[in-house]
Write a protein that binds this ligand. Structure first.
Ligand SMILES: NC(=O)c1ccc[n+]([C@@H]2O[C@H](COP(=O)([O-])OP(=O)(O)OC[C@H]3O[C@@H](n4cnc5c(N)ncnc54)[C@H](O)[C@@H]3O)[C@@H](O)[C@H]2O)c1
Length: 269
């Protein structure tokens, strides 16, 4: 039987990159998939591609009204929700703190924290009752930036550290009804991860970095030497979102190709 047969799974930030890869995997595994994404263009594209086979909604995870509308649409169509997979995020361009103009500190903090942290908190709150009713699961996305320096600038790193802690707290608060776990990826091929508009970087995407340069940089620092695709992350997210996971809550899986385990002194061929 496919892993997610008889599951309704919501992927917030599932319009591209990691979330879309995970959503595709969940569909392959039998789930009814709901996507909520802020990008109208990505939503229109997916509505066209999937037709009535999935519920693809435009909405902003930082807006309570959008999350409530999403909840209403899920109840109307499916009457239940078995998993919330949070994937939305924006990057800070790796900008060192001292290079951020003082006048931009407030707005940059608000923009990044609202998407990368508040969006996860609001979603967990809005969908908790539905998830409790189905003895469901929450899977949140952090990053290796939450574990080691230089995975982002100070703003991104702080936001990802917050999600790592949020996993622990929500697992505690929602037990025994809802299992809550996290995933900390390193690099993802074909990511559209955008910068903050506060710094005029909303149109800059990770995929703008020349593919070969990104690949060879990643190969040089990771043990498995492959830059994983979004779909490669599907089985891990799928398992944590499914009822097959009876053994983990409050954990974050570092899915980093061995990036954080490399030796400091020598490097394998
Ligand atoms: N790209 C990487 O190498 C990498 C590494 C580690 C962790 N991550 C994390 O993975 C997650 C997904 O990133 P990605 O690389 O797939 O980027 P992506 O930009 O392709 O996907 C993020 C999605 O979130 C959506 N989104 C942004 N703000 C939103 C909002 N307010 N409401 C709803 N949707 C919103 C975007 O439209 C986009 O579709 C992020 O949390 C990111 O921090 C990425």
């Amino acid at each position: 039987m496919p892993m997610l047969d008889d599951h309704v799974v919501l992927v917030t930030g599932g319009g591209s990159g990691l979330g879309l890869g995970v959503a595709r995997y969940c569909r392959e595994q039998g789930a009814e998939v709901v996507i909520l994404d802020v990008s109208a263009a990505k939503v229109a594209q997916l509505q066209h591609e999937w037709g009535s086979e999935a519920l693809v909604l435009q909405g902003d995870v930082t807006r309570l009204a959008d999350l409530r509308a999403c909840r209403d649409a899920i109840i109307e169509r499916y009457g239940r929700l078995d998993a919330l997979i949070g994937v939305q995020g924006i990057f800070d361009g790796n900008l060192p703190l001292r290079e951020v103009a003082e006048e931009r500190l407030d707005s940059l903090f608000d923009e990044i924290m609202h998407v990368n942290v508040k969006g996860y908190l609001l979603s967990a709150r809005v969908f908790a009752d539905l998830l409790q009713a189905s003895a469901g699961a929450i899977v949140l996305t952090t990053s290796t930036a939450a574990y080691a320096a230089d995975g982002g600038g100070a703003f991104y790193t702080a936001s990802k550290g917050a999600i790592r802690s949020l996993v622990s707290q929500l697992a505690f608060e929602f037990a025994p009804h809802i299992r809550v776990n996290g995933v900390a990826p390193a690099g993802i091929a074909n990511s559209q991860l955008a910068g903050p508009s506060t710094l005029g970087m909303a149109e800059q995407k990770q995929s703008d970095i020349p593919k070969d340069a990104f690949l060879s940089m990643f190969r040089s620092i990771s043990l498995l030497q492959e830059l994983p695709s979004a779909e490669d992350h599907g089985p891990l997210y799928g398992f944590l979102a499914s009822r097959h996971n009876k053994i983990m809550t409050g954990q974050t899986v570092v899915a980093d190709q061995g990036l954080l385990n490399r030796t400091l002194l020598t490097r394998g061929a």
